[in-house]
Design a protein around this ligand. Structure first.
Ligand code: NAI
Length: 652
């Protein structure tokens, strides 16, 4: 009746229950049900018509045979770990018993989703048949009189490749454990619990293994990390992708043709993902060569997919045929949406905005991809500011899942609703924020970089700064990030803000560092292969040895815990300020934006959920201590003081 076989359990239940024993009983209940089926004396075959993930694959693994329909959209796997959980209905026990420890552990720990063919190669699926032959094949197998016993219930069973008694398996676990620690720094309970389940359970009879799994499942599901991850990654993101906050009274409008002004790094990416979604794209730049170059870049990106067998040459051609490069604004006629991604310069942006306005219909949406200029100001160049909005993409556009939508002062509900329809069409996860300097994402992530530069000035060793950030789960250190984003860009933006805001704006110590690097040291960032790091053409980097002379190490170095706390808390505080000021209007947007936008560690559930996880009262106390040591930027806003007093949480 449905397109999926079974895509997993109802995670809502796990959020209601916080007690580890009760959660373990929940897992044991599902295990017992599958076990009855598996040992009931009748052969059972899973006819996998579509996606079988999590509990869905666990059900299939408890069957005696798995036959899948040859459907390229089907995904097979145990992705529980990506929600901070572990498979609790036998997955950690049956999968390694079926395909061996070495093959199973990476799939379990990474939550890999395989297509049907790969799942068959891995030994998870026994047979792949054409869609229409599925039930026939299943019945045929049943009619062949198969033995209704899984291998692990037979006497003398040993998993393929051996159990824990082999030296090879012991070595494997030692390496797996240390690799995991290197990757997660112990921030994620789930992958560690998965390793323990396999390690402790594989040598025992399956029923003992299942009891071990249920115990670890309960302990893990009760952790604050798991609860925060489910809340944000499953529920909040699900709501965002379903456009829960879209103004409902506006009829849906997915554009069939859009325009992109400026076909540089961002314009190219925007055109690319839009054409991939089946929408025609007019790509405009100041010269035909530049616009054509963007199309050529798309060609390259798509060719990689063709080479890897993910796309046919015909599909590639279809997508490329939707990209129409040129210089003539008349080609924008009939576009329901135009996105400008020209230079970050008000005058240039105003000029292209006005030119496009002349050709566009009254109800067309005009969007800016600016990363720093307030939207309401840019909207003045458009004759219908109610149709003007910010659509802030992230680089590289084809990989980054987030779209930060910025409502200007005059942006109408229809303009917002249609922008959200577009976000869904191109499969980006949208958050909706109000206008303000740096909006939400750029503003909050810059506090992370600033904090790193402030530490440098204090004499904290660069290695400690960078590692502290990695250890709390940031994808890169603040110095590496500054190099990536370009120190000179950071410097330019801050100078612009100083001009715009005058004395009311305090650029902080980081401004002086950026200025020194750009103006005195000529180390503007990665593009010139020199910034806080020395970079090479191969993409490798090493901290610049000269840092020690520029910022001599202080005699007393802080604990790494304090470094981590400063990085996470400064971002959480800024996120709370954006919420207090009404830039962010729903905590879920702040959480999603932080994780998808700049890789804020997922174990926190996002920049605001972190505060709930710690508890506002405790968070406020710790921030006040940091404020005493490091300055006013750590003083908690009133919103948090009120929460600390009332005991309430930010998220519902
Ligand atoms: P870019 O320099 O790669 O591309 C800008 C393009 O606009 C160039 O191809 C240029 O020829 C074209 N252009 C300039 N003036 C024009 C005009 N009058 N008419 C037509 N085309 C014109 O810059 P990038 O990085 O793509 O940035 C574009 C916008 O996106 C900026 O507003 C930037 O702040 C924003 N942005 C950039 C991000 C990034 O990571 N680079 C991330 C998010 C937003």
């Amino acid at each position: 009746a449905r397109k999926d076989f079974l895509a997993g359990a109802d995670l809502g239940g796990f959020l209601k229950e916080r007690d580890a024993s009760a959660l373990a009983r929940l897992a044991a209940g599902a295990q017992a049900m599958f076990r009855r089926m598996e040992t009931g004396g009748k052969p059972v075959v899973a006819a996998i018509n579509g996606t079988a993930l999590g509990g869905g694959l666990e059900l299939a693994l408890a069957c005696h045979r798995r036959i899948a329909a040859d459907n390229p959209k089907t995904r097979i796997g145990l992705p529980e770990v990506t929600m901070g959980l572990l498979p609790g209905a036998g997955g950690t026990q049956r999968l390694p018993r079926l395909i061996g420890i070495h093959a199973a552990v990476p799939l379990l720990v990474e939550g890999t989703r395989l297509d049907v063919r790969k799942a068959q190669e891995a030994g998870i699926i026994d047979e792949v048949v054409p869609v229409e032959a599925l039930l026939g094949a299943a019945k045929k197998w049943l009619a062949s009189g198969p033995e209704p016993i899984n291998p692990w219930d037979k006497k003398g069973f040993r998993p393929p490749g051996g159990d824990m008694s082999s030296t090879r398996a012991q070595e494997f676990f030692t390496v797996a454990n240390s690799m995991l620690r290197q990757k997660t720094y112990g921030n994620y309970p789930a992958p560690e619990a998965i390793l323990s389940c396999v390690h402790d359970g594989i040598g025992s009879p399956i029923d003992v293994g299942l009891r071990i799994e249920a115990k670890y499942f309960g302990q893990t599901a009760a952790t604050p990390q798991c609860q925060s991850m489910i809340k944000t990654l499953f529920f909040a993101m699900g709501d965002a992708n379903k456009l829960k906050r879209r103004p409902k009274e506006v009829p849906q409008r997915v554009p069939s043709r859009i325009g992109v002004l400026g076909s540089g790094l961002m314009g190219q990416g925007i055109g690319h993902v839009t054409a991939q979604a089946g929408i025609e794209v007019v790509l405009i730049d100041s010269t035909r060569e530049k616009a054509e170059a963007a199309k050529a870049r798309s060609d390259q990106l798509l060719q990689r997919n063709v080479d890897k067998g993910r796309m046919t040459a015909g599909q590639k051609k279809e997508i490329l045929d939707r990209l129409h490069p040129g210089t003539d604004y008349a080609a924008l006629e009939g576009c329901e949406l135009v996105i400008e991604a020209v230079f970050e310069n008000r005058a240039v942006k105003a000029e292209v905005t006005q030119k496009a306005a002349q050709v566009l219909a009254d109800d067309a949406v005009f969007a800016s991809n600016t990363s720093t200029l307030p939207i309401s100001g840019l909207a003045q160049a458009y004759p219908r500011p109610e149709n003007f909005i910010g659509l802030h993409f992230f680089s590289p556009v084809h990989r980054m899942a987030l779209l930060e939508i910025i409502r200007g002062e005059q942006t109408s509900d229809a303009c917002l609703a249609w922008s959200l329809d577009y976000a869904r069409a191109i499969r980006k996860t949208p958050i909706v924020v109000n206008d303000g300097r740096g909006f939400y994402t750029s503003r909050v992530v810059s506090t992370f970089a600033d904090e790193g530069l402030a530490m440098l000035v204090e004499g904290v060793k660069p290695g400690l700064i960078e590692n502290g950030a990695l250890m709390c789960g940031m994808p890169m250190g603040p110095l590496a990030l500054s190099d990536e984003v370009q120190i000179d860009l950071f410097y330019k933006i801050r100078k612009q803000w100083m001009e715009d805001l005058g004395d009311s704006y305090d650029p902080g110590v980081s401004f002086e560092v950026a200025k020194h690097f750009v103006e005195d040291l000529d180390r503007p960032g990665k593009a010139k292969l020199k910034g806080f790091y020395d970079h090479n053409e191969k993409g490798e980097r090493h901290l610049w040895p000269g840092l020690a002379k520029e910022y001599p190490a202080a005699a007393n170095q802080p604990d790494v815990e304090e470094v981590q706390q400063r990085f996470l808390y400064i971002q959480a505080l800024e996120a709370a300020r954006t919420f207090e000021e009404g830039i962010v209007t729903a905590p879920a947007d702040a959480d999603i934006g932080s994780i998808l936008g700049w890789g804020f560690p997922a174990w926190t559930g996002g920049a605001l959920s972190l505060i709930d996880q710690i508890g506002a009262a405790e968070f406020v106390t710790r921030c006040q201590r940091l404020a005493d040591r490091h300055g006013e930027r750590f003083v908690p806003p009133k919103l948090l003081l009120d929460l600390a007093a009332s005991g309430d949480r930010l998220a519902a």
